[in-house]
Design a protein around this ligand. Structure first.
Ligand code: BJW
Ligand code: ZN
Length: 244
């Protein structure tokens, strides 16, 4: 299943970066965004995950996020998340970059994480930008939309289309991608930028890039190697193959 070259590169590596997307959480029961089984099959992601949609219909957007938060509270990390903890324990220089907002990597035990698209369990005020804990959320009677003490609308602290990614997170991710020995890209359709640029940048700078996905993606022709299968099967097998 794994090429000799991949195993050689991984055994020699000191620096490894992993980029994950919704596919790694699919086996935990969190629906992915796109494709036949996507969470957003009825809505195009670009139509709901943007500030204009929120300001136009905040209760619809909150309904959708509350549904997802409730779902995420009920699920657990899967063997794919756990295998990445084993990889982090092996490599002195390891960075886990995730597009996911579901917190499952942290729950699994990963430590050096950069969340590029925020975290669904955090909230912030649209007007004063104050971070607001879940326990502090106040919902005015007759509306599903929480408000800040300043009167502003509260929104999930995630990154919507057209919004900048958190500066340190994306900078760290590019810096690590440019200097790592091996780059793993797991469970992402690789259509959303700038995250999708990271594996290409890593390859350009000399890393060996391995993609793990259930199906080919737009970057499959550019990476060094693709393995088509479930992350929850392939990652534990890889960790085992490395003797971890
Ligand atoms: C499995 C599996 C299993 C299933 N095992 N695999 C360059 C070119 C073109 C466009 C742009 C560009 N640069 C910027 C843009 C615009 C835009 C963009 O990328 N648009 C494209 C869609 C065309 N990007 C932005 O707007 C970004 N911001 C930005 O660029 O700002 C610029 C700026 C600078 C300065 C000031 C102001 C602005 C922001 C992007 C934010 C994305 N946000 C979302 C929502 C987050 C909150 C939430 O969760 O609600 O992030 S959209 C959604 O897509 C979410 C995801 O993180 C992201 C990526 O999706 P992902 O993870 O890849 O999921 P899927 O469903 O697409 O794929 C799952 C994969 O798993 C599939 O391949 C399956 O096959 C696989 N799979 N089961 C392994 N068991
Ligand atoms: Zn406020």
């Amino acid at each position: 299943m794994f090429s000799d070259l991949l195993i050689e590169r991984l055994l020699k590596a000191t620096s490894v970066v992993v980029l994950t997307g919704a596919g790694i959480s699919a086996e935990s029961g969190v629906p992915i965004f796109r494709g036949e089984t996507g969470l957003w099959k009825k809505f195009r992601p670009e139509e709901l995950a943007n500030i204009d949609a929120f300001l136009r219909n905040p209760s619809l957007v909150w309904e959708w996020y509350n549904y997802r938060k409730d779902l995420i509270r009920e699920v657990n990390p899967n063997p794919g998340h756990v295998a990445l903890v084993a990889l982090e324990n092996k490599y002195p220089d390891f960075l886990l970059v995730t597009q996911n907002v579901d917190n499952l990597h942290r729950v699994a035990g990963s430590r050096n994480i950069r969340e590029l698209h925020g975290n669904i369990m955090r909230n912030r005020c649209v007007d004063c930008n104050r971070q607001i804990d879940q326990s502090e959320l106040t919902v005015p009677t007759g509306s599903a939309v929480p408000r800040c003490e300043c009167g502003g609308l509260v929104r999930p602290d995630v990154v919507w289309f057209g919004e900048a990614l958190p500066n340190k997170e994306i900078q760290d991710a590019f810096t690590a991608a440019r200097s790592c020995d091996v780059f793993l890209v797991v469970g992402t359709s690789a259509v959303v930028h700038p995250a999708a640029q990271l594996p290409l940048e890593a390859k350009e700078y000399g890393a060996y890039v391995l993609e793990i996905n259930v199906e080919p993606t737009v970057i499959s022709n550019y990476v060094n190697e693709s393995i088509f299968g479930k992350a929850g099967t392939i990652l534990p097998a890889l960790v085992k193959r490395l003797g971890l």
